[in-house]
Design a protein around this ligand. Structure first.
Ligand SMILES: Cc1cc2nc3c(=O)[nH]c(=O)nc-3n(C[C@H](O)[C@H](O)[C@H](O)COP(=O)(O)O)c2cc1C
Length: 711
């Protein structure tokens, strides 16, 4: 079968496209692509932004695997494609046959929006679907939909390319369990054979230097750093496997991803680095800036539930941006964790500092730019060591566990029968190191690990400053909660970026902003292209309603600073001008802010600034919701409660004055409650039927009068 030239004389074309933000759609689409190749298709695999590599109207079948991000938005590696799709006219894709696998999460309002939009648009353009769309839900487990969808894709394709002899020779997808086992064994054996011939060996302990220099000469600082950071050991994750014995047969085991990646040794001094020391393979969607840390302030006292800090970054070039924009930071994995992982994989410090190149047909897109980097940097910056594992990875680790008990447990967790144990394991947020520590007999080639770990993602923060303020084009401020928490059994967890930034910034205590003695290290930042237009209306007379509890208030602090600057300029102009004097407020619409905290004394972020803006007339109304204090005057528990109290005024601002509504913060709880409250306001004060109110909000969202920036 797979790859056998004799039984597969001619294959048809299959192009698999993906749009992926955090790697799920990319790895699932690669799996489909690899299976297609094994089944004799001439297949291709591209990110949607590379859509031009394929003549869509000539291809036989197109498979799209697309996730949804943000607030129903398409992933970054498909935005160019969407612009292209918008420009297409008429029914220009009548020959194209397609199917879509959407990935999403029902905890978000716009479940699988990208898949649904793509389907509608392709239909409009005359393309025809050859196999029903699948929508997989991360809330219940993607596999539930993904596995059967892929399994049934093949007979659907066979039907499409009925003239292709190759397809008839292949085992039909509806197999008996006995047949399935035989097929799996063959695939497993083939993979083992391929691994043995292709899997790269671990790096030699010493490497000859072609130019006569010590290979580690250039990286002495890194080595010093290594010596300063003891490797983490990892936690042993305790899971109850007592029910395992009840299941003799394991079903729905995910397929082990193909081994494609090879690691080639290079000379150490060929490692290219951007000054300021970040690896050249990091690719950002806009210009990378190496920023200084100008200012740091801790906004919450030590008895607050969360530690919130505000950081101002500075850079030399002027950058065009608007209040409401966000920027990305490319943070490394925690150094002790990286050291722990390398140590668990028996990679010596010298080997970790050696330059390598990653290559191989069909390797994940985030690894294709790794042409010259140390293993240390690959584990720091290219792969994600902290996201909970996917089933396919657990299955892979099972294959490489030498101890029978480890193998059985891992295989069980990868199966349908072990779903409870798998979920309990993931709920502990195990790092890759924890997995190695919990199942110590896993002995897996380095290349397999690098290619199967998810890609590292930059972290995004809303800009809280205005480009109109002093030096505004050369600085961005942001505010965030430092993500660290403890689980039972003494397990300590931390986010990737926020604790790193907090530690770099010196973990300043609550109080005034600190501007001296800060780190001299430069940090990689870049502007996030703003696709949602979460910006102030261009007509300054239009009112804005801002809803942002907690750190969701961040972009609104930028809006307010911007408006304060606009008012100042207008005031000066009015004072010099000779025309009729107008009141300042005639030029600027109302600004309403709904903010929420637990305790006014502990987590009322930006209190001083908010009160100053209110006093100066920049902020028309400040509506404060306090959830954990009794009897706060004019206050309710949550922002949606405050909105209910102000329902009539909100309706008037929207209806009579054309206000824009902005919501920023938690997508799952707050944004849903705020959305429901807006529906109620339209019903109670605007006289809408409930259904009509929901449709009206949808229209406003399309017209960018109801904007949401959610996480
Ligand atoms: C910040 C964020 C926003 C998301 N927004 C949505 C959404 O609006 N609708 C949805 O159905 N899923 C949403 N999801 C869920 C993802 O689509 C889902 O986790 C998917 O598996 C990610 O696939 P990817 O790794 O290929 O991007 C969101 C996930 C994140 C992390």
């Amino acid at each position: 079968m797979a790859g056998n030239e004799n039984t597969v004389p001619q294959a048809d074309h299959l192009t698999v496209f993906f749009a992926s933000q955090t790697g799920n759609a990319e790895s699932i689409s690669r799996n489909i692509y690899e299976q297609a190749q094994e089944r004799g298709f001439k297949s291709f695999h591209y990110a949607l932004n590379d859509h031009a590599k394929v003549d869509w109207d000539k291809e036989d079948c197109l498979v799209f695997v697309v996730s949804t991000t943000g607030d129903g938005d398409p992933p970054d590696n498909s935005t160019k494609f969407w612009r292209h799709l918008r420009k297409l006219k008429g029914v220009g894709l009548t020959k194209a046959k397609y199917t879509i696998l959407g990935l999403g999460d029902t905890n978000y309002d716009n479940f699988c929006q990208t898949a649904k939009r793509l389907d509608t648009r392709l239909q409009e353009l005359g393309a025809s679907s050859f196999y029903p769309r699948g929508l997989a839900d991360d809330a219940t487990g993607l596999e539930e939909t993904v596995d059967p969808w892929i399994k049934n894709l093949w007979p659907a394709l066979a039907h499409q390319v009925i003239s292709t002899p190759a397809i008839h020779d292949l085992p039909q997808p509806h197999l008996t369990s006995e047949e399935e086992k035989v097929v799996k064994d063959i695939i497993f054996k083939q993979e083992q054979d391929r691994k043995q011939s292709a899997s790269p060996k671990l790096l030699p302990k010493t490497a000859p230097a072609a130019n006569g220099r010590d290979p580690i000469e250039n990286t002495i600082d890194d080595l010093k750093n290594l010596a300063l950071t003891p490797p983490a050991i990892g936690y042993k994750i305790d899971i109850d496997f007592s029910t395992m014995a009840n299941h003799a047969n394991l079903t729905a085991l995910p397929r082990v991803p193909n081994a494609n990646l090879q690691i080639a040794d290079l000379e150490a001094d060929t490692v290219s680095r951007i000054p300021g020391s970040i690896p050249a393979f990091i690719q950002t969607p806009s210009k990378l800036l190496m920023a200084t840390v100008n200012k740091v302030q801790c906004l919450t006292p030590s008895d607050a539930l969360k530690r919130t800090i505000a950081v101002e970054f500075g850079f030399e070039d002027d950058v065009e941006y608007a209040p409401g924009d966000a920027f990305g930071i490319w943070a490394p994995n925690n150094e002790a964790l990286v050291r722990g992982v390398l140590s668990a994989l028996n990679v010596s410090d010298t080997a970790a500092m050696k330059a390598v190149r990653l290559h191989g047909e069909g390797i994940p897109s985030h690894l294709q730019s790794v042409q010259s980097a140390t293993l240390l940097d690959i584990f720091r910056y290219a792969v994600d060591l902290t996201s909970p594992p996917k089933k396919a990875n657990i299955r892979l680790y099972a294959e490489h566990a030498s101890d029978l008990a480890d193998k059985q447990k891992l295989m069980f967790m990868a199966s349908k029968q072990g779903a409870d144990q798998f979920n309990a394991f993931r709920a502990q947020s195990p790092t890759f190191l924890d997995i190695m520590h919990t199942f110590p007999s896993i002995n897996i080639p380095l290349a397999r690990i690098i290619e199967t770990l998810p890609p590292m993602q930059p972290r995004y923060y809303s800009i809280t400053s205005s480009p109109m303020s002093k030096n505004g084009h050369r600085r961005w401020s942001c505010a965030f909660n430092v993500v660290t928490y403890d689980l039972s059994g003494g397990v300590h967890r931390r986010g990737v970026c926020t604790p790193w930034l907090d530690e770099l910034a010196g973990q300043v205590p609550f109080g005034k902003a600190v501007t001296t003695g800060l780190t001299t290290q430069r940090l990689p930042v870049f502007l996030k292209p703003n696709e949602t237009r979460f910006n102030l209306p261009s007509d300054t007379t239009k009112p804005v309603i801002m809803i942002g509890p907690g750190t969701g208030v961040a972009p609104f602090m930028g809006f307010l600073e911007h408006r304060a600057e606009q008012r100042l300029i207008k005031k000066r102009l009015v004072n010099i001008g000779s025309g009729p004097r107008q009141h300042l407020d005639d030029h600027f619409g109302d600004m309403w802010l709904f903010f929420g905290c637990r305790h006014r004394e502990r987590d009322w972020l930006f209190r001083e600034q908010m009160e100053t803006y209110k006093r100066d007339g920049v902020l028309t109304e400040l509506q404060l919701a306090v959830s954990r204090e009794e009897n706060v005057p004019n206050s309710a528990k949550y922002v949606q409660d405050m909105m209910r109290n102000q329902g009539k005024s909100i309706w008037n601002l929207i209806h009579k004055k054309g206000a824009t509504i902005y919501v920023c913060g938690d997508a799952k709880g707050m944004a849903k409650a705020v959305h429901d409250e807006l529906v109620s306001i339209l019903v109670d004060h605007g006289g809408y039927e409930k259904m009509a109110a929901i449709m009206e909000l949808n229209t406003w969202a399309q017209e960018k009068r109801y904007l949401r920036d959610l996480v």
